[in-house]
Design a protein around this ligand. Structure first.
Ligand code: FAD
Ligand code: EPU
Length: 348
């Protein structure tokens, strides 16, 4: 069912109206292969699409937008002794097809009583995209429960397995943004959760939430943590169904000791966390301090409760969004000497 000239507005959470030369939803591996054959015959570039919550369409896409809609979610309970590295551990292995919704997977695992994914509740999008930027929130990243993935190599049509190490996960980063960029379609992801649960609640917003709600750290369960994360997210992040957005528009920048020290001296309230390669600054704080929070122009703007989130309430075109992002980045560069890098991927 390859359709010509399709509006991608329903397929991206920024609600940018851009057209794809061709579009199709693939619900099986065979359908993905057929779509790839079509693209090869017509020499079309491919835009893999999940939930469209981390893309910015700057123009019409002159190729095939391939919506990966494969479904399938299995929870396999592991007997004690299964698995080499966690030999005394039972737990669960989760096999999820690319088109499964991420948040639903998280909530299903929480309902079944398994911990490990609860800090990642309410992140929009599908499982197939989760490894691309190693999704993360509230002190936890996908890589912490990742076992392996299976991807189809676009060039050869072969299925290839990637272990966690081969994925080269980093902060909002993986091999699929580096050497393997645009070469693979992720078809299935396998996660492994331990039966021994350790809550990860040191993130300041979580600490504050539990203290405000009189929640004892000793009585936490995965479900309580998931609820807290959902509450916090709802209090500051716009629901894309109501206010179009792609979440954080920029990554949190990592700066060297020298720049950190001078910024901290000039702005004692600077929000920064020590990282392996320097200091990670809260980009939202920098943008907020530069005066952009709540800004609106030409139907696009900056969310009023989280300055790192650009919004598109006017359903404007991608160039309006990109122009605003450029203005903000240049202002932050000018005021703080810090370079901001976009988090979502721009197409074409
Ligand atoms: P898409 O936007 O469809 O695709 C993203 C990229 O992955 C594109 O380059 C696309 O081509 C590629 N891709 C998609 N599927 C596949 C596949 N199967 N194989 C190969 N390539 C593929 N992210 C976080 O990490 N943490 C957060 O806390 C967070 N919060 C968010 C909050 C909001 C309100 C929003 C709108 C976004 C947020 N995001 C967050 C970003 C986004 O949810 C994640 O990046 C998510 O993984 C994107 O999933 P998707 O299916 O929508 O991907
Ligand atoms: N802050 C401000 N003003 C703002 C926004 C933030 O002062 O307008 C301050 C906050 O008060 C806080 C700090 O900046 O002290 C950090 O803010 P927050 O906890 O909201 O997190 P963030 O760094 O802005 C990151 C991720 C989010 C993720 C949260 C929770 C990136 C680029 N963003 O945001 O991920 O949900 O932490 O872990 O790393 C996404 O990737 O799309 C995304 C939403």
């Amino acid at each position: 069912m390859i359709q010509p000239d399709v509006d991608l507005q329903p397929y991206n959470t920024m609600t940018i109206a851009a057209r794809a030369k061709y579009f199709c939803t693939a619900s099986s591996l065979d359908e993905v292969r057929e779509a790839l054959l079509f693209a090869r015959e017509h020499k079309l570039p491919i835009l893999p699409l999940g939930g469209g919550s981390n893309i910015v369409l700057t123009d019409d896409f002159p190729g095939l937008a391939l919506h990966l809609g494969m479904r399938g979610l299995e929870f396999e309970t592991l007997a004690a002794g299964a698995g080499s590295d966690k030999s005394t551990d039972s737990g669960v292995r989760i096999r999820a097809a690319a088109g499964e919704n991420w948040h639903q997977l998280v909530m299903r695992s929480v309902e079944l009583g398994y911990g490990g994914l609860e800090n990642l509740a309410l992140i929009p999008g599908n499982i197939g995209a989760a490894p691309i930027q190693n999704i993360g929130a509230y002190g936890v990243e996908l890589k912490d429960s990742f076992e392996q993935l299976t991807a189809l190599e676009i060039e050869s049509g072969e299925l290839v397995t990637f272990t966690a190490e081969q994925c080269q996960f980093g902060y909002r980063d993986s091999i699929f943004k580096g050497p393997a960029k645009d070469r693979f379609l992720i078809c299935e992801v396998v996660l492994r959760l331990s039966s021994i649960w350790q809550p990860h609640v040191s993130y300041p917003a979580l600490q504050q939430h539990f203290s405000e709600h009189g929640q004892s750290p000793d009585a936490l369960t995965p479900a309580i943590v998931a609820d807290a994360v959902i509450d916090i997210r709802n209090s500051k992040l716009p629901n894309p169904v109501e206010i179009p957005n792609t979440g954080s528009f920029f990554k949190n920048p990592v700066v060297d000791e020298q720049l950190y020290t001078s910024l901290k001296a000039a702005h004692p309230e600077l929000v920064a966390f020590e990282a392996v390669d320097g200091w990670k600054l809260a980009a939202g704080w920098l943008i907020d301090q530069a005066g952009w929070r709540g800004f609106r122009k030409n139907g696009v703007g900056v969310h009023d409760r989280q300055a790192l989130v650009l919004v598109n309430p006017g359903h404007r075109c991608g160039s309006e969004v990109v122009n605003l992002a450029r203005e903000i980045a240049s202002d932050v560069q000018h005021k703080f000497g810090v370079t901001l890098e976009p988090e979502p991927r721009f197409y074409p």
